[in-house]
Design a protein around this ligand. Structure first.
Ligand SMILES: C[S@@+](CC[C@H](N)C(=O)[O-])C[C@H]1O[C@@H](n2cnc3c(N)ncnc32)[C@H](O)[C@@H]1O
Length: 220
């Protein structure tokens, strides 16, 4: 990579991190507002997190790695029902909020562009979740990251990606037009009928849960 491109990318990441820190106090409120208005990007947020919660909760006391746990909405619900929670997030303020809800969880501050926390290199998880977080990686980097995550799951492990995502490009385009200037052109959403080709047949599944969101399952 050209060194000047690397500098620009590093500066963008730093801005993102500061942006998430600034958002931390109001994050849950913003989500509620756009969810209850059924608007992009958070229309269906509760259903997305609730669907993943139900699927994992069928397996009591499992270990779960949360990528970009934010204020810990999903992770703390799983924590409260007895699951062992690990996670990473690069925003110190988001991490502080999450730690208050999950004092015993192993939460790391770090950037997922650099992969998983090195301190967990020998730990395997039953499930991985990424809700509204890895859209910061383009398809190529997402696939690399997901494969790294899958390699760290126990046999029969599953990664759940709950996010703005679409069955096909027509649905993404319709949402982009409807959302007007709210649409974020700098995020990379899963378009499932294009994305599934990166994984073996039968190893992925997608469920649409609102006009702009769904859950992608990737089986180890
Ligand atoms: C929109 S919030 C989603 C939070 C939570 N998962 C949820 O569903 O409410 C995105 C989270 O991902 C984190 N994040 C974004 N880019 C990241 C990166 N490159 N490395 C680590 N965390 C990142 C942000 O700090 C933020 O907490």
């Amino acid at each position: 990579m050209n060194p000047s491109c690397r500098v620009i990318i590093e500066e963008e990441k730093m801005r993102d991190k500061i942006g998430f820190d600034e958002w931390a106090d109001k994050y849950d409120e913003t989500v509620k507002e756009t969810e209850s208005a059924s608007e992009y990007p958070f229309a269906g947020y509760k259903k997305v997190l609730g669907t993943i919660y139900e699927k994992i909760n069928r397996y009591p006391l499992s270990s779960v790695f949360d990528v970009g746990f934010g204020t810990g909405v999903l992770a703390s619900a799983l924590y409260d029902t007895g699951h062992m929670i690990y996670g990473m997030d690069f925003s110190p303020k988001m991490a502080k909020k999450a730690r208050e809800k999950m004092p015993e969880a192993l939460l790391f501050q770090g950037d997922f562009h650099a992969g998983l926390p090195k301190a967990l290199k020998d730990v395997k998880f039953d499930f991985a979740v990424a809700t509204y977080s890895i859209h910061h990686l383009d398809d190529g980097d997402k696939v690399i990251f997901i494969n790294e995550m899958l390699s760290r799951l126990n046999e029969n492990g599953v990664m759940y990606i709950g996010d703005v995502s679409f069955e096909n490009r027509e649905k993404l385009e319709a949402c982009r037009v409807r959302s007007g200037e709210n649409w974020d052109p700098g995020e990379f959403y899963i378009v499932y009928d294009e994305f599934k080709k990166y994984f073996p047949e039968g190893k992925t599944n997608f469920t649409a849960l609102s006009s702009c969101a769904g859950v992608t399952e990737i089986f180890k």
